[in-house]
Ligand binder design. Structure first.
Ligand code: DCP
Ligand code: MG
Length: 440
């Protein structure tokens, strides 16, 4: 079969680059987006000039200020970044309809069928980089390969303003010398376990016998072994990334305790609401997922008369959906193992303003709470009802991926080999530590 041509496009120092684009006096200077120097909270983006000082995303602003005292510290201005993101995505769509945005500043493109029109993969990559520079004023790094996995690794390799092409057939050789942490899907936890097997490079991983990986990581192990050899059949999924926002929680101990179940639903409703609000969208449909101790999974959903991003409303709907199902599980002597809440059918808040019947005071209070959370972290602002719960607070840890794209009937949950050890929460984002099993 003829090979595919896949591009991965990722903007360089995205939030910081938008600031430098809009304020020319900041060009060439270390720009750190995230908030006041030394305030609580973390760095969202650091310009490449700031990275020289060792500043990077997710570092505390205090530490960033220590390393880079002369840095220009700026607050996050989400609206401008969203607009720039839309502008870039529109350029990408000119080259193929088979475009899959995976976060605010990156996307996969399958240009296999576009080459007669626009040139081969490397040519299209160069044209995209030029268009993004000229039309949007930003630089992008692009990887070109025969699949998503290798294209993603490639785009990251020569940042900023990189263009890395991996010819078909050279995937494994390209990956082999790279440190294991570069392999998409290997997070810190997986890397730590692999270190026990003396795996340092992707080539080391490829050389491990498949049965070793499978016995240690289960299904995830089989897919790891393939990925280490640069094999990835995942197609580029077209469409809007903003399909749904979801949270799931697997209980430490299966339960029928009403209080525990309701608190968990509230925590998840709050997480979903917070992420909707931070993305500036509302959900028209609320869904729940429930799994019992025999692993039977039930999904129920309700389409709302008016879309919402309010925690209380999401909670109310989720609770109404969950109650009869919990009662049924209890009636047959079962227990609840997993709960999930998802908002989907999303629309932008501005377009929905006509239907705005929310109490403006309530919205103000919620937005204030969100801004405290953004500044001081989730723990600072947890609803009273959650305080005595031994549950992780709802989290909105990654503003990069405010929305997830798992709404196409793909379950959010990925069972791991350590399932059942501890209560686990999942946001509907792709957590790089948790590649869902192939049959997910
Ligand atoms: N982001 C964030 N918090 C993080 C990581 C990222 O708020 N922990 C935001 C800011 C980034 C944007 O998402 O600008 C894109 O994330 P990337 O990981 O692509 O990082 P950058 O684009 O900033 O840098 P790079 O040049 O490494 O892609
Ligand atoms: Mg980027």
């Amino acid at each position: 079969m003829a090979h595919r041509t896949i591009l991965h496009v990722d903007l360089d120092a995205f939030f910081a680059s938008v600031e430098q684009r809009d304020r020319p006096e900041l060009r060439g200077r270390p720009v750190i987006v995230g908030g006041e120097p030394g305030s609580r909270g973390v760095v969202s983006a650091a310009s490449y000039e700031a990275r020289v000082f060792g500043v990077h995303s997710a570092m505390s602003l205090t530490e960033a200020a220590r390393r880079c005292p002369d840095g220009v510290f700026l607050p996050v201005d989400g609206r401008r970044y969203q607009q720039a993101s839309r502008d870039v995505m529109a350029i990408l769509r000119r080259f193929t309809p088979q475009m899959e945005p995976i976060s605010i500043d990156e996307a996969f493109l399958d240009v296999t069928g576009s080459q007669a029109l626009f040139g081969d993969g490397p040519t299209i990559a160069a044209r995209i980089k030029a268009a993004v520079r000229e039309d949007v004023g930003l630089t992008a790094s692009v990887g070109v390969a025969s699949n998503k996995l290798v294209a993603k690794v490639a785009s990251d390799l020569r940042k900023p303003d990189g263009l890395v092409v991996v010819p078909p057939g050279e995937e494994a050789a390209f990956l082999a010398p790279l440190p294991i942490g570069r392999l998409w899907g290997v997070g810190a936890k997986t890397a730590a376990v692999l270190a026990d097997y003396r795996v340092r490079t992707i080539g080391d991983l490829a050389a491990l016998p498949a049965n070793v990986l499978e016995s240690r990581f289960g299904k995830h192990g089989a897919s790891l072994a393939e990925r280490a050899r640069g094999i990835d059949a995942d197609p580029v999924h077209e469409g809007d990334p903003a399909k749904s926002v979801g949270h799931e929680h697997t209980f430490d101990v299966d339960t029928t305790d009403r209080e525990v179940i309701e608190r968990t639903l509230l925590a998840m409703a709050d997480g979903v609401g917070g992420r909707l609000r931070s993305a500036g969208v509302r959900a028209g449909t609320i869904a729940i997922r429930l799994r019992d101790n025999s692993f039977e999974t039930i999904s129920r959903q309700k389409t709302l008369p008016e879309p919402t991003d309010m925690t209380e409303r999401i909670y109310e709907v989720a609770l109404a959906l969950a109650r009869p199902e919990v009662a049924a599980i209890r009636a047959r002597g079962g227990k609840v193992r997993l709960l999930g809440v998802t908002g989907s059918n999303l629309g932008e808040r501005e377009q929905l303003a006509l239907f705005d019947t929310d109490d403006p005071r309530r919205r103000k209070a919620i937005e204030a709470a969100d801004s405290v959370r953004r500044r001081y972290g989730d723990e600072a602002m947890t609803r009273a009802r959650l305080l005595d719960a031994k549950l992780p607070a709802p989290f909105e840890r990654d503003p990069r991926n405010p929305l997830d794209r798992r709404a196409r009937g793909v379950p959010i949950e990925a069972e791991k080999s350590d399932a059942g050890q501890a209560g686990r929460d999942r946001q509907g984002d792709t957590d790089l530590d948790d590649i869902p099993p192939d049959d997910a």
